[in-house]
Design a protein. Sequence first.
Length: 476
Amino acid sequence: INTESDADSTAIWNKVQADSTYLDDRIATNITDIADINTESDADSTAIWNKVQADSTYLDDRIATNITDIANLDAEVDADSLALYTKLQVDSTSTWNKIRGDSTYLDDRIATNITDIADINTESDADSTAIWNKVQADSTYLDDRIATNITDIATLDAEVDADSLALYTKLQVDSTYLDDRIATNITDIAGKQDNDAALTSIAGLTTSGGEIIYTNASDSYTTATLTPAGRAILDDTDATAQRTTLGLGSLATLNSVSATEIASDAVGADEIIDGSITNNEIALNTIIADDIATGAVTTQEILDGTISFADMAQNGATNGQVMKWNNVLSVWESADDVAVSDARFKRDIVAIPEALAKILAIRGVNYFFRSEEFQSYQFSDKKQYGVIAQELKKVFPELVSKGKEGYYRVNYEQLIPVLVAAMQEQQEQINSLNKKVTSQESKLSELESDNKEMKSDLDLIKKMLIGDPAAKKEDK
């Protein structure tokens, strides 16, 4: 052991002599290693603590494992000691055999060692000079380095001892400590609610006075300002109070007024709330023309099918006529299904340009309505003829409109003037082609006449060439 210790000391001394920063680097490395060990120790302690909480038999299993490992190590140490003793015996015999076989063996080994010692002394002198210079420059250099290292090591040891002692003390003082901690954790986990997206969205809102929270998407909330009118309605205790707040009369109550309860002309237009009386509240044809003052009900106040033509007999509508609203007189009028087209009503009159090209760009189709999917529209189940609104919109956007429900509608009536202009353009083209054909026919007739004359002359020349006497007479 002394020999090995001397060899190790010599090796370390050689390293110090070869590298002046060797000690500094070793110290820095040791400090880093100690810091890493502490970090790993903290992490390991936490991991072990978690395992102990999760498995009450963890410590017993670890202790049993350690006892087994110690027994195995003892067996290995015994085996290694025996192997070392055997090797020493073999090595001693081998060395003695070398000495006996080679009389110069010891001398050569001694000479080699002397040379190595001389080299070490030379390096040692140089390194010693470098270290000595540091010590001379700073008399407290070695003391400070040693004191710092001792303090750091002592601090780390104290922290490790304190943490270990604290845990050990807790376990000794309270045998149920681990069980209590495990039970507490289980209770904490069981008492916590799962993460809820809706509650998280609400928790992230910033509200102020006069605002309400409402959903704007699934599990998503936002705020909006509540107006005084809205607040007043929310403060009302029942529907009667809300009608009073809104200024609604008794007609706003569903089915509260029947046809027999309305005296002739007793209810004026200003007394009927728009849309408050539906088809279900008015029996069909129970209100006749005499019950409604002319012009008392506007288009917005009449739901489709509630009042039929028979209910407005005062307008004198006949079969085939339609009811149209006169915005000037504010009354309904019966009229033939015709459009106003007096030139005196019009200005900036211009012929439709390129009507034929535009008509050719439109596709005429026949089709069936998807009646089952759109039953509320009461479409016919018969074959239809028309155009596709989306296609027409690309050519005549002004003839396509979109209803409140978002579906396109086509003004077929306005297509008629375009068709007229297109037919006129087509007729002009036909007339122009006819003129060309007539001209070509005239020229063809002239060519045919000239061709006949040329053929006749050619026949005469042939007869003259063959000496036909008749040809001479024809020539004369």
